[in-house]
Design a binder for this molecule. Structure first.
Ligand SMILES: Nc1ncnc2c1ncn2[C@@H]1O[C@H](COP(=O)(O)OP(=O)(O)OP(=O)(O)O)[C@@H](O)[C@H]1O
Ligand SMILES: [Mg+2]
Length: 291
C-alpha cells in the first residue's frame, strides 16, 4: 500500500511561475487568491530581503506607522507565519484575532494599523508554529480571502526570510504592486541583495528600491553619522541593479527597545524612511493612473 504523505506545495498550489516540468514545458501559475466583499484593499506592498534578521519587520513597522500618521488606512499582513514579530511591535502581545462569522477581523493598533498574524491565533505568543508548507500557504490564503480588512489604502506584507513556500505563495497569489528590499551593510558586499532582486524579477514584481538598515550609528552628542561597517556601498550597489536608494536607517537601540515593548508607533522618528514612504505612494499612484 502506498504510504500516505502530505502534498508538496507545488502539488497543492502549482509550480513556480516560469519553472519547467519534466517535458521542459512552461507551467501555468496557480490561481490568484480571491478578493472578498468585506475588504477593499487599494495596494499591496511587500517588504523582503535576501536573508533573515536584517530588519524587514522593523521597516514594515516604520512604513506602516508613517503611512498611518499621514492619514492613510494601513494594514499589515504578517506573512512570517513561523516567526511572526509584528503583533509584539504594535503592542498586541497576548491579543487574539476575533472573528465575525467565518471571517477574521484584524487586530487594530493604537495608531489605527490593522494587523493579521499567526501570532494572534496562538494561545501563548511564544508557542512555536509547527506547520508544514501547504498549511503555511493556506494561512496566507485565509489572511487574504477569509479576513475582513475593510477599506485599506495600503496593505504591507512583512515577508518571512528566504524564498520558501510562503514567499512564493505571496508573490504568486496576492496582487503585490511592488516590493521594498531591506539590506544591511554586510549584504551589500555579497550576493544577498541580488538574490532578493532576482526573486522579485522572476516573480514579475516591481522593486521600488533599497533600504539599508543598521547603516550607521548617530553620535548621541553631536549627531555625526559613524559608519561602523565603513563607508556605505548602497549607492553603487543600488545603481548596479538600476534601483533607487529609498533610505538608510541607523542602528537605533531606543527604537529597538520600543519595538520590543510594543511601542513602535510612539517611537518612530518623524523623519524615518520618509523617502521610502514617498516612493510607496508614488508607485501606487502610478498603478492607479494606469488602472
Ligand atoms: N535599525 C535598527 N536599530 C536597532 N535594532 C534594530 C534595527 N532594525 C532591526 N533591529 C532589531 O534587530 C532584530 C531583527 O530585526 P527584524 O525582526 O526587523 O528583522 P527581520 O528581517 O524581520 O528578521 P526575520 O528575517 O527573522 O523576520 C530585532 O530585534 C529588531 O528590533
Ligand atoms: Mg521579520
Amino acid at each position: 500500500m502506498a504510504e500516505e504523505r502530505d502534498m508538496t506545495p507545488q502539488e497543492e498550489y502549482g509550480p513556480v511561475v516560469g519553472s519547467c516540468d519534466h517535458d521542459g514545458e512552461e507551467q501555468v501559475a496557480p490561481p490568484s487568491f480571491e478578493a472578498n466583499q468585506l475588504s477593499k484593499i487599494g495596494h499591496v506592498i511587500g517588504v523582503i530581503s535576501g536573508k533573515g534578521g536584517v530588519g524587514k519587520s522593523m521597516v514594515t513597522g516604520i512604513l506602516a506607522t508613517q503611512l498611518a500618521r499621514s492619514g492613510a488606512r494601513v494594514g499589515i499582513l504578517d506573512a512570517d507565519i513561523t516567526g511572526p514579530s509584528v503583533p509584539r511591535m504594535f503592542g498586541m502581545a497576548g491579543k487574539r484575532l476575533t472573528a465575525l462569522g467565518n471571517m477574521f477581523l484584524p487586530t487594530i493598533s493604537d495608531g489605527g494599523v490593522k494587523v493579521v498574524s499567526a501570532n494572534l491565533l496562538l494561545d501563548h505568543e511564544d508557542d512555536p508554529v509547527l506547520w508544514r508548507g501547504p498549511v503555511l500557504a493556506g494561512a496566507i490564503r485565509q489572511f487574504w480571502e477569509e479576513t475582513s480588512w475593510g477599506p485599506l489604502d495600503y496593505l504591507l506584507v512583512d515577508m518571512p526570510p528566504g524564498t520558501g513556500d510562503v514567499a512564493l505563495t505571496v508573490f504568486q497569489s496576492l496582487p503585490v504592486d511592488g516590493v521594498v528590499i531591506v539590506t544591511s551593510p554586510q549584504d551589500l558586499v555579497s550576493m544577498i541583495v541580488g538574490k532578493a532582486v532576482k526573486m522579485a524579477n522572476m516573480m514579475d514584481i516591481p522593486v521600488l528600491g533599497l533600504v539599508e538598515n543598521l547603516s550607521y550609528v548617530a553620535c548621541p552628542d553631536c549627531g555625526r553619522k559613524i559608519e561602523v561597517f565603513g563607508p556605505s556601498k548602497l549607492p553603487e550597489v543600488a545603481a548596479g541593479y538600476g534601483l533607487p536608494v529609498l533610505g538608510r536607517l541607523p542602528i537605533d537601540p531606543a527604537l529597538a527597545a520600543a519595538a520590543d515593548e510594543g511601542k513602535i508607533e510612539q517611537a518612530v522618528p518623524a523623519d524615518a524612511l520618509q523617502d521610502c514612504v514617498a516612493a510607496v505612494r508614488e508607485a501606487c499612484a502610478v498603478v492607479d493612473a494606469q488602472a
